[in-house]
Design a protein around this ligand. Structure first.
Ligand SMILES: Cc1ncc(COP(=O)(O)O)c(C=O)c1O
Length: 331
């Protein structure tokens, strides 16, 4: 699939994409409730505590070593969007790092519902965290007999309303994605430094997101979002293993592939892609629980589209219809 057009400027690549230093401020408006007081009430190891008291031990291996797993989940209309899939991923990821979650999936679901109710939320965001727990000053997870469970339910707004229409600019990070052989990116672990350092490259370039490549040059995903392109009316997304690396199998990605695209009659193909193919797209968008569906208008100085393209707009509109309806899916 050729992506060359005479009018488009030079393409960024893995070695120069991140080098564009721009003064423009990022349009990031993410905010957690930054009041250090009573609200929200946060579930920590069996208790609902005011925010100021919701703390974990400095001996918790989640803090000491990033040893644990987490989930980010949306609350729409008082319902937990794709609750079943998020819980399934949490327990699968915990198993992959040999971490036993001390409550059952049903109990975890109840913890989420209790935390939402305690804070009276109809719209919001849940952060579930399971840490290896309280241990000693060594790596040995056997010294952490009980995993810690945290559930935060709060507000989140990642991007401005305007940026959903105009689209966003991303860069290509110089830092490659951790290879599967080192730490499988399908595991949503508390160890996000690889992503955070790529995010810092994006921030330095005045952007909010960065495309990450595998060590062998395949497009994987962004630092906190999956990637889709549209070419000649077909939707393409990267597979969970891309060369030596891969990606987090996003719940939003799956919802786009299995529900939204189907309902909008758009064919979907999972495909290994090089950067050239992504840059040759008619439309490019990202998906994630916090971001939902957001268009990308440029990759570095390389323009993809003028704002949000028509197919991205159609998918996003359908997404918004569903999450503002009485039928928010909890499966
Ligand atoms: C690295 C990464 N990729 C993709 C996603 C999107 O996944 P989901 O749609 O489940 O939020 C996330 C979300 O946190 C992420 O951290």
């Amino acid at each position: 699939m050729s992506s060359t057009t005479a009018t488009k400027p030079a393409r960024p690549n893995a070695t120069n994409g991140a080098a564009q230093q721009q003064a423009a401020p990022a349009n990031l408006t993410a905010h957690w409730n930054d009041d250090p007081g009573d609200k929200p009430l946060i579930y920590v190891n069996g208790k609902l505590l005011p925010k100021r008291d919701a703390v974990v031990s400095v001996y918790d291996h989640g803090l000491l070593y990033g040893d644990g797993v987490f989930e980010g989940i949306r609350i729409y209309r008082g319902r937990i969007f794709k609750c079943g899939q998020h819980l399934e991923r949490l327990y699968r990821c915990a198993e992959q790092i040999l971490l036993k979650i001390p409550v059952s999936p049903k109990e975890m679901e109840q913890i989420m519902r209790d935390t939402i109710a305690a804070n009276g939320l109809q719209e919001g965001y849940i952060r579930l965290v399971v840490t290896r727990g309280f241990g000693t000053l060594g790596l040995d997870p056997r010294r952490c007999p009980v995993a810690g469970v945290i559930c935060i339910a709060d507000q989140i707004r990642l991007y401005s309303e305007e940026s959903y229409k105009s689209g966003m600019k991303v860069i290509v990070a110089q830092r490659p994605k951790t290879p599967v052989a080192c730490l499988d990116p399908r595991i949503k672990s508390l160890n996000y430094l690889n992503n955070i350092l790529a995010k810092c490259e994006a921030i330095d370039a005045g952007c909010d997101e960065a495309i990450m490549l595998s060590t062998d040059g395949f497009v994987t995903e962004c630092t906190g979002d999956n990637i889709f392109i549209i070419k000649n009316g077909t939707l393409y997304t990267t597979p969970s293993v891309c060369g030596q690396s891969g990606l987090l199998e996003g719940v939003t990605r799956r919802f786009v592939m299995e529900t939204l695209a189907k309902e909008c009659n758009i064919p979907v193909v999972e495909k290994l892609m090089r950067l050239d193919e992504v840059l040759g797209a008619d439309e490019l968008f990202l998906t994630g629980t916090a971001a939902e569906i957001i268009a990308v208008h440029s990759v570095g100085d390389f323009k993809i589209s003028d704002g949000e393209g028509p197919i991205t707009a159609k998918l996003r509109q359908r997404f918004r219809q569903i999450v503002t309806s009485d039928h928010v899916p909890e499966d």
